[in-house]
Design a binder for this molecule. Structure first.
Ligand SMILES: [Zn+2]
Length: 77
């Protein structure tokens, strides 16, 4: 995933929460996950190079590094 991909995806998402170095977006438009090509539910974009995720049961996480950031795409099954 390069910088252009990130920007192409981001403008189709709704920003839920923005804190220092981190944003969380909701996918209301069926945008495909760049890692698995299935539509994802939420995207977490963070400046952290390392990050722990604690998804609820049944939620899968795809992660993609790019643009100097880490992107985590969540999927509810
Ligand atoms: Zn995925």
């Amino acid at each position: 995933m390069d910088e252009n991909d990130v920007h192409a995806v981001r403008h189709r998402l709704k920003l839920l929460r923005k804190t220092a170095g981190e944003e969380r977006y909701e996918n209301r438009d069926g945008v495909a996950c760049p890692a698995c090509s299935e539509p994802f539910d939420e995207l977490l974009a963070t400046d952290d190079a390392e990050r722990r995720f604690d998804p609820p049961d049944g939620v899968g996480i795809c992660s993609v590094a790019g643009d100097g950031r880490l992107f985590a795409f969540s999927h509810r099954s």
